[in-house]
Design a protein around this ligand. Structure first.
Ligand SMILES: [Zn+2]
Length: 432
């Protein structure tokens, strides 16, 4: 007797007509035609069932603060950082928690059940860290939340930056962050990478740095990050977030750099929505895209996962917590529109980002956590095209969010009565 039996699911790897049996919050069996009693039977009806979406790069301390204390007029990264600097000292712990929890509600509704958030440690009061640690506990039953100690104003550049970051780690943040391209000089940036990797090695923590988020092709901190990763034996535990300068680098240099990154097993985290919005701002025309070299990095065997980065904050006035929107933009910016390309992009929102975050028990296989999303689409390509509706979101075998199918009723002579956005054929054979 199973707790739940999902019938007739399509899986992201292309298998169709699969049943998934769940018991005790875990996946007990994955096979076609499972005939067994179950407390609840859910008919997936040939729709895509996927493990949950995973966002490996977000800023939960800033989310949903759009317009506070004013809008970002130039739309640039640097004005965003300045604006956040105005807002930060005014933030109250309760308000931070309330906004973060509201975002987590949106995330759950979108099947986004694991998030790595950077937490700004620049203000020595560390209200942000205090608040997000509380949020991490509150949402633990339904979201895996990892917190990165992130020195937004610079580890060396900001007064007290070194002390504040270390105190934030002592308080219980999970990961060492950094922002080498924002330090005063290239040399300071490189020194910060070394110092932060040493802290991670000493504390046995992963590293996730905002690295080279600039159009400057000479911003080469990723080279130092890869080298220090190997020197400290941190292979596989280090992420380079953004890496936008690689877009503008000389091809010959990149041909040397990518193998060094592969040797260090760097997890690459582009943020397509934010990169296309914030980079290339000093260009006239032609204008650079500013996203790192996704296809080439994937082909070199690096683990690439996409982050949402921002939702309605000083840097980005858009966003909705929908990782399919992130993937949709990635397809356009990376020009990866082939069937196999789209499958890789879908992986970059799910399995690859789970690997970046080191999540255990993730996936659709016997013994994995019964964390699943049923989408109103038949396959990953269609899910990305439609930014498909999440019909059901399940955590440890329990449905924690449900949505009605998106169906339109038509009033047209001689045309179908209903259309399902995910179906090429009419939903019902009848016509008016
Ligand atoms: Zn970021």
């Amino acid at each position: 007797m199973f707790d739940v039996l999902i019938k007739n699911a399509n899986l992201p790897d292309g298998l169709e007509g699969i049943d998934i049996a769940i018991k005790g919050g875990k996946i007990a069996e994955v096979a076609p035609g499972i005939e067994a009693e179950a407390g609840e039977v859910i008919d997936a009806g040939g729709r895509l069932v996927t493990p949950p979406f995973v966002d490996p790069h977000f800023h939960m301390d800033a989310t949903l603060s759009l317009g506070l204390p004013r809008m970002n007029v130039s739309g640039t990264l640097l004005e965003g950082i300045a604006l956040w600097g105005e807002l930060r000292p005014t933030l109250a712990r309760e308000a931070l928690i309330e906004r973060a929890l509201r975002y987590c509600d949106l995330a759950v509704a979108q099947g986004l059940l694991a998030i790595r958030s950077h937490v700004d440690t620049s203000d020595p009061k560390l209200v942000t860290a205090e608040a997000l640690i509380e949020v991490r506990e509150k949402v633990a039953p339904y979201i895996d939340l990892q917190l990165v100690a992130f020195p937004q104003d610079g580890y060396y550049r900001a007064e007290g930056g070194v002390d504040a970051l270390n105190r934030a780690l002592d308080m219980g943040l999970d990961i060492v962050g950094g922002i080498p391209h924002f330090e005063r000089t290239m040399a300071d940036g490189a020194a910060s990478v070394s110092a932060l990797c040493r802290i991670a090695a000493d504390r046995g923590m992963p590293v996730d740095m905002h690295c080279d988020e600039t159009d400057d092709p000479m911003s080469r901190h990723i080279e130092t990050l890869a080298a220090e990763t190997v020197r400290f034996g941190l292979q596989g535990r280090v992420a380079g977030s953004h890496l936008t300068s690689m877009h503008s680098m000389d091809n010959y240099y990149v041909s040397k750099l990518i193998p060094l990154m592969a040797e260090a097993e760097i997890n690459v985290i582009p943020n397509p929505l934010i990169n296309i919005m914030l980079q290339g701002r000093h260009d006239t025309y032609p204008k650079r895209r500013g996203m790192t070299r996704v296809r080439e990095l994937m082909e070199a065997g690096l683990n690439v996962s996409f982050g949402h980065d921002c939702v309605m904050d000083p840097w980005y006035s858009m966003g909705s917590g929908d990782m399919l929107e992130v993937g949709h933009m990635a397809i356009h910016v990376a020009q990866m529109a082939g069937i196999e390309d789209k499958r890789k992009i879908f992986d970059a929102l799910t399995v690859n980002s789970a690997k970046t975050m080191g999540l255990e028990g993730y996936g659709i296989a016997k013994g994995c956590n019964a964390d699943l999303v049923i989408l109103q689409a038949r396959d990953p390509q269609e899910a990305l095209r439609l930014k498909a509706n999440r019909l059901a979101v399940m955590r440890r075998g329990r449905v924690i969010a449900r949505a009605a199918p998106r169906i339109s009723e038509l009033h047209l002579e001689g045309r179908p009565v209903m259309v399902d956005a995910a179906a090429y054929a009419p939903l019902r054979p009848g016509t008016h």
